[in-house]
Every structure is written in structure tokens, then in C-alpha cells.
Design a protein around this ligand. Structure first.
Ligand SMILES: Cc1cc2nc3c(=O)[nH]c(=O)nc-3n(C[C@H](O)[C@H](O)[C@H](O)COP(=O)(O)OP(=O)(O)OC[C@H]3O[C@@H](n4cnc5c(N)ncnc54)[C@H](O)[C@@H]3O)c2cc1C
Length: 384
């Protein structure tokens, strides 16, 4: 059974794969293959997805250009208050960048549903679809689905996440360094207004972040050791809320749970190559970072934007052309390496129990806070 011939087939319809499909839809015949059911927005207003992402202004502009921004509900981070474990602190304010916000907070499910809605009728959507085999030939890629259907394309894109099946089939190794931590996520309503301020504490129990959601609500990401994570995930929702409120010094008063908590294992990961024969890797399939700076999906949107720009610049060209793919790999290497190095360095600096490092890291926060130009350079990198 032949399902069809396409210019580009994208495997994985998460935020990165779906945004890439939309960016290519006008110029190329695109198939998007997703193993899960198509995403649906929240059925009820009180349903909150526990996967909340901070979306940078640059990613927002990319999504707006695709007609997939803003989502129905988004929070705004105007300021960010970061505390070290021994008195150090740093404060970021969007005003310092002459901007209205540092980032927006959105639900994974809501944004994915918006992207998929925009894709209807514009690309071939195959979901749920299960892949069985792939073959990379000199002039095309052939994919066989579990139901026997086959797809041919001139370029395949792996957007199928950190455990990418397509990357593995292409024989591209992935260097993974587990942090032996999980990101425990949950949403809470809070007694006092959060003032659009994101709060983050680097402490002995890991890194705790509270991100503002619309109204009196916050999303928590607690990146913490596996044992502590298991303990948090095993708690009754009300007890977890009380623990989280206490860990944040009761700064927003009483917290009440809005959804069940979930845990995600954290690792630093990098594919040995971000391209192969008629193959490009994007998003978590190419790289994973520690969530302490909320940059993972933003890096993925950067991959999608750059790859789409290169492909759309020359519509008549072979989309699997090796030179084009090399340009893509070169364009993304520096930003990905920089972000991975910074996030990994910060994680290690604050995870260390060395008292000298403990002193240095808190002084570092204080000093950076006091040095306007350095601080603004950092902000431009992190919140662009
Ligand atoms: C706790 C935590 C907090 C985070 N917070 C932030 C944040 O605030 N900001 C930020 O930028 N990033 C954040 N991240 C990172 C972010 O979650 C990821 O970078 C992002 O989800 C990657 O998107 P993706 O589309 O590349 O991959 P995924 O979201 O993993 O999507 C992959 C898709 O591929 C599909 N798939 C998988 N295998 C197959 C297959 N064989 N065939 C077909 N389909 C397949 C999956 O079903 C899925 O839909 C956070 C991560 C964690 C763990």
C-alpha cells in the first residue's frame, strides 16, 4: 500500500515538529507523522496541563508569523527573581530591556492544539501512526508504517523527541549525561497575586521555580535528586502544595493544587551530528538541556525557524541536498552549544557541596546583579 510521495516528511508532531511543518506548508508537500492521537485543547477551563513552558519573545515572533500565537491563555513573566543558597540574588526586569515581558508561559497542550489546528488541510497529517522501518537512499527516504503503508520523501526530519526512533535508525549516536534528577512539575492556585514575577531558588534540594500563569496561579518546576523527586511525587496533592509553599518561604501565601504532579528525568544530551543522509534532526531529537533556564523548546523553535528559512529560500531545490543540510547544521551549532554549556555549568555550580564554590556562586549572583552591562548582555541572550 502506498500512502504517498512528499518533499518532506516530519516524524514527531510535538511543538517543534508541528511548527516546522507549518513553516514549510506553503512551499512544500509535507507529511507530519505523529504516534499519538492529535492534540486537543483543554476540555474545561479548569483543566490545566502540568507541562508549562516559558516561551521567549523570539519564539513568540516565530509562532506569530505562522499564525499560531497567542494561545487562548498565556501568562506573562515581567520580572524574574533568582535566589542563591547563601544570600546571593539577582533580579531581572523586562524594563531593563525596554520590553513588556521577558517571556510568556503557555501550556504544552494548548499550543500544540493551536499548531495542529493551523495545519489542517495544509499538510498530510498522519496520527496516530506507527513507524516500522526506514531506508535512506541517495535520492529519497522511504518510510514503512506498521499497517504496511509506505511514504517516500526527499528529506526526513526527526522531531520525535529525546529518544528519537528516526535518529537511532539513521545510526546517529546520542551522548546522554543523566543529571540523576527529575523535573517535578505541577500547577497551583496561590493566595496572593504573583505580580507576573517568576521566582527561582537554587537550594540544597535542587532548583525550584515558580512561573506565573494567568490569574492567581503558578506553575512549579522543581529540578531535584531522584530520591527527593520520588518522595514529592508520592505525596498527596495538598501535602505537596504545602511543601512547595514552604520551600518558597510562603511568598504567595497558601497554595492549592490545580492538577496532578508529574516527573521528567533530566539529562544533558547531544546527537553526534544534527544531520545525516537526507535527514535533519530538530528539537529534543538533536539536543536536550537542563530546564533551569527554560530554554529547551525555544532552542527547538530556533532549529525549526532556521531549517524552514533555508528550505523556503529556494523552493525549487532538492530539500535533501547535502550542502543545504550542512548549512543548517553549521547555523545551529553555536547557539545550541552555548546554551548547553551555560545551563550545565550553572547546574553543576549550584549542585556542588564545596564551600568555596558555595561562596563564589552567591557572590557571582550579587556581582552580576550589580553590573548593569553584564546583566543586560545576559538578559539579551536568555530572553531574546
Ligand atoms: C521539567 C521540564 C520543564 C521544561 N520547561 C521548559 C520551558 O519552560 N521552556 C522551554 O523552552 N523548554 C522547557 N523544557 C524543554 C521542553 O520540554 C522540550 O525541549 C520540548 O518539549 C521538546 O519538544 P520536541 O517537539 O522537540 O519534542 P517532544 O515534545 O518530545 O515531542 C516529540 C513528539 O514526537 C512524537 N514521537 C515520538 N516518537 C515517535 C515515533 N517513533 N513516531 C512518531 N511520533 C513520535 C511524540 O509523541 C511527541 O509528540 C522543559 C523540559 C522539562 C523536562
Amino acid at each position: 500500500m502506498n500512502q504517498g510521495e512528499f518533499d518532506i516528511v516530519i516524524v514527531g508532531g510535538g511543538l517543534v515538529g508541528a511548527s516546522l511543518a507549518l513553516a514549510l506548508a506553503g512551499q512544500w508537500r509535507v507529511a507530519l507523522l505523529e504516534r499519538a492521537l492529535p492534540p486537543l485543547p483543554a476540555a474545561l477551563p479548569q483543566d490545566w496541563d502540568n507541562r508549562i513552558f516559558a516561551i521567549s519573545p523570539g519564539s513568540q515572533a516565530f509562532l506569530a508569523g505562522l499564525g499560531a500565537w497567542p494561545p487562548l491563555r498565556a501568562g506573562c513573566i515581567r520580572e524574574m527573581d533568582v535566589r542563591g543558597d547563601a544570600g546571593g540574588s539577582i533580579h531581572f526586569d523586562a524594563l531593563e530591556l525596554a520590553s513588556e515581558q521577558l517571556a510568556a508561559t503557555v501550556e504544552n497542550r494548548g499550543l500544540q492544539a493551536l499548531l495542529w489546528q493551523a495545519l489542517q488541510g495544509r499538510v498530510e497529517l498522519l496520527a496516530p501512526a506507527s513507524l516500522h522501518a526506514v531506508q535512506f537512499d541517495a535520492d529519497h527516504v522511504s518510510l514503512t508504517l506498521a499497517d504496511g503503508a509506505s511514504i517516500q520523501a526527499r528529506l526526513a526530519v526527526a522531531a520525535d523527541g529525546a529518544y528519537s526512533w528516526l535518529r537511532e535508525q539513521a545510526g546517529i549516536a546520542f551522548a546522554r549525561q543523566p543529571y540523576e534528577q527529575q523535573g517535578v512539575v505541577a500547577n497551583f492556585s496561590c493566595q496572593r497575586p504573583h505580580g507576573d514575577i517568576a521566582r527561582q531558588w537554587f537550594g540544597h534540594d535542587g532548583i525550584l521555580a515558580w512561573l506565573p500563569l494567568p490569574g492567581n496561579r503558578i506553575s512549579m518546576v522543581w529540578s531535584t535528586g531522584n530520591q527527593h523527586a520520588t518522595e514529592l511525587l508520592g505525596m498527596a496533592p495538598e501535602l505537596l502544595a504545602a511543601r512547595v509553599a514552604a520551600a518558597g518561604g510562603h511568598g504567595l501565601g497558601v497554595l492549592a493544587p490545580l492538577c496532578p504532579a508529574a516527573g521528567f528525568p533530566l539529562s544533558l544530551g547531544r546527537a553526534e551530528r544534527s544531520i545525516g543522509r537526507r535527514l535533519a534532526l530538530v528539537g529534543d531529537a538533536a539536543h536536550t538541556v537542563h530546564p533551569l533556564a527554560g530554554q529547551g523548546v525555544n532552542l527547538g523553535f530556533g532549529d525549526a525557524r532556521v531549517l524552514a528559512d533555508l528550505l523556503n529560500a529556494k523552493p525549487g531545490r532538492d530539500p535533501g541536498d547535502a550542502m543545504l543540510l550542512q548549512s543548517y547544521a553549521r547555523s545551529r551549532a553555536e547557539e545550541v552549544l552555548l546554551m548547553q554549556t551555560v545551563c550545565d555549568g550553572l547546574q553543576k555550580l549550584f549542585a556542588s557541596t564545596d564551600p568555596v564554590l558555595g561562596c563564589v556562586r552567591n557572590m557571582g549572583l550579587q556581582l552580576t546583579d550589580a553590573l548593569g552591562p553584564l546583566k543586560r548582555t545576559l538578559m539579551r541572550q536568555a530572553f531574546r
